[in-house]
Design a protein around this ligand. Structure first.
Ligand SMILES: *[C@@H]1O[C@H](CO)[C@@H](O)[C@H](O)[C@H]1NC(C)=O
Ligand SMILES: *[C@@H]1O[C@H](CO)[C@@H](O)[C@H](O)[C@H]1NC(C)=O
Ligand SMILES: *[C@@H]1O[C@H](CO)[C@@H](O)[C@H](O)[C@H]1NC(C)=O
Ligand SMILES: *[C@@H]1O[C@H](CO)[C@@H](O)[C@H](O)[C@H]1NC(C)=O
Ligand SMILES: *[C@@H]1O[C@H](CO)[C@@H](O)[C@H](O)[C@H]1NC(C)=O
Ligand SMILES: *[C@@H]1O[C@H](CO)[C@@H](O)[C@H](O)[C@H]1NC(C)=O
Ligand SMILES: *[C@@H]1O[C@H](CO)[C@@H](O)[C@H](O)[C@H]1NC(C)=O
Length: 508
């Protein structure tokens, strides 16, 4: 039976055509329409079987056939979360359940990630939900209805995954007649925050959690966006693209070889000391190859991160040396598309609130009482998750255009301090030199941008082998460059000849 299924899949992939589904499987799928999920307050909307290559998300097709179940879970006052579960044929299923997270303000199911994981050949059932609300299409600074309902705000990050997980697992049990043996979660950005929420508030649901570029200090991430917006939007403070490139190059000239390799990457930006004042424009400087005193102040503000005005408290880490090329988003769109709407809707309840009036003392307290309590998941106490035997893998790009690279580093230290020392038995952070937000950094197409985390996470959970390194591959420039990612505080050191081959590095 298993061999037949493999063969059929193989032939389908070769031919890249859809053929009619075997009738017995597709009717087995359709029977799920009458499955009761009452026990979980959920209900099935529909169930549809897709033959291999018959289903696509943005023209990426399914390598293997699957049964798609659409369902919903009502919650709170008159709210509902939509979710889908994709069930491969039994021979493609290795009793593993995976839920994927959301991006940004959620409101849609991330079928792009789901399809990627379904096609990964890891024997997964893949589930995903919409975060408890439908996207309004209102990404600007307008009214975001879900931000006016505390239940929906909670469903967005804290409960966005947990709300549908038990019902989705019931669907798995009903389809195969046996439960998944292990459950995994993978998400990035807001999805990374959802991963921290799962470990913190729902520690029994997942055996393995991957949280990429995590926005787990969400309310202060908004303050970081606002801070950088303000630093670069008065007078002549804005930093132009060629100037950012010039600055990044100057930093690289100073710090590239600190790690022993001249490869355009700084393995550990925390060891880099760069004097930004050295870039000040003089009489003969070309305009794009220097910074004005105002621009230097703006850059120092971005490196330093937001501070409280009254007591100097650090509200979020600043951006690291080497990340400068990616700062353009910090100068406008992130503040305007995320910080301003969150503050207007959730904190000030005023769509005309003017971001330049933010008081960096008293308004910080307002953010704390009105937003932080609902959307942050920053507790360092992951004792419960560790006790369940759960494994937590997180990664962060040093050139992330959204999230300050240092945040997960300082959080790791907080968790170590609280739990008392070595936590590598259940928690590992992989920093990505030159890495962007959930993948490629826009202006570093030469950096491998595919992070192979899920196989190693599965091996950690199922075989007890902790990941000593991760492979990164597939840079946007289509070269075959690969790099080794190391569990922080280790970094990759070249031990062979070829700097572009991950096998030539050792984590130490
Ligand atoms: C189902 O909904 C009822 C009523 O709203 C609630 O009391 C109960 O806890 C819910 N059960 C689950 C499994 O969520
Ligand atoms: C369920 O999906 C089938 C296709 O598989 C479609 O024909 C049918 O209309 C759908 N039913 C509902 C209630 O959406
Ligand atoms: C891919 O999916 C879209 C949306 O469902 C559909 O309109 C399109 O025809 C599909 N493409 C192919 C080649 O089947
Ligand atoms: C529930 O939501 C629907 C759709 O938004 C709305 O039409 C209905 O009036 C709401 N019911 C209650 C009791 O709030
Ligand atoms: C960035 O600077 C490098 C080195 O100075 C240069 O080769 C490259 O063309 C610049 N890129 C852009 C986009 O300006
Ligand atoms: C951490 O959480 C555990 C389990 O909930 C609890 O027993 C312990 O007291 C907490 N530790 C601290 C330092 O708060
Ligand atoms: C990448 O391609 C080059 C040229 O084809 C080849 O010499 C090299 O071995 C390849 N590197 C890797 C890591 O595959």
């Amino acid at each position: 039976m298993a061999r037949l299924c493999r063969l059929a899949t193989f032939l389908l992939v070769q031919a890249a055509v859809a053929v009619a589904a075997p009738a017995h499987i597709s009717s087995h799928c359709a029977k799920l329409r009458s499955l009761s999920l009452e026990q979980f307050n959920a209900s099935i909307v529909n169930a549809t079987y897709h033959a291999a290559n018959a289903f696509n998300v943005s023209e990426t097709f399914n390598d293997i056939p699957f049964c798609e179940v659409q369902a919903q879970v009502p919650y709170g006052k008159n709210n509902s979360l939509s979710f889908v579960v994709w069930l491969p044929d039994e021979c493609d299923y290795q009793q593993r359940f995976l839920a994927v997270g959301n991006g940004g303000f959620a409101g849609t199911i991330d079928t792009v990630s789901m399809l990627k994981q379904l096609n990964a050949g890891l024997g997964l059932v893949v589930a995903g939900g919409n975060g408890g609300h439908e996207a309004t299409g209102n990404t600007g600074d307008g009214f975001l209805p879900f931000m006016h309902d505390p239940g929906q705000i909670r469903a967005w990050i804290h409960d966005g995954i947990s709300l549908f997980t038990s019902a989705a697992k019931e669907v798995v049990l009903a389809y195969y007649g046996k439960a998944a043996k292990k459950s995994y979660y993978a998400g990035c950005s807001t999805g990374g925050a959802q991963g921290y929420a799962l470990a913190q508030y729902h520690p029994h649901l997942f055996d393995g959690i991957y949280a990429g570029s995590p926005g787990f200090w969400y309310s202060h991430l908004m303050l970081s966006f606002l801070w950088n917006l303000q630093k670069t939007n008065v007078g002549g403070t804005s930093l132009r693209k060629p100037q950012l490139n010039f600055t990044a190059q100057a930093v690289l000239d100073t710090c590239d070889t600190l790690d022993g390799v001249q490869d355009g990457l700084i393995e550990n930006p925390l060891l880099c000391n760069f004097d930004i004042d050295s870039l000040v424009c003089g009489g003969s400087s070309e305009p794009d190859r220097c910074l004005s005193p105002d621009q230097i102040e703006a850059a120092k503000g971005i490196y330093a991160g937001p501070r409280r005005a009254d007591n100097g408290e650090i509200l979020y880490p600043g951006f690291s040396f080497g990340s400068e090329r990616e700062w353009l988003l910090q100068e406008g769109s992130l503040g305007n598309e995320y910080a301003v709407p969150v503050l207007r809707n959730m904190v000030f309840d005023d769509l005309n609130w003017d971001p330049s009036t933010f008081d960096w003392s008293t308004d910080v307290d307002l953010v704390g009482s009105r937003a932080s309590v609902l959307i942050d998941e920053i507790s360092a106490n992951l004792t419960s998750y560790r006790r369940t035997g759960g494994k937590f893998l997180t990664s962060q790009g040093w050139s992330d255009s959204y999230n300050a690279g240092e945040l997960p580093v300082s959080h790791l230290e907080d968790i170590q301090a609280l739990l008392g020392g070595d936590i590598s038995d259940f928690y590992r952070l992989f920093m990505i030199p030159g890495g962007g937000h959930c993948g490629a950094a826009q202006y570093s197409p030469e950096v491998p941008a595919e992070y192979h985390y899920l196989g190693p996470l599965i091996e950690w959970v199922e075989a007890g082998t902790p990941p000593a390194q991760l492979l990164s591959s597939d840079p946007p420039d289509k070269s075959n460059r690969t790099r080794k990612l190391c569990p922080w505080p280790q970094t990759a050191h070249l031990v062979g000849e070829n700097v572009n081959d991950w096998k030539n590095y050792r984590c130490e």
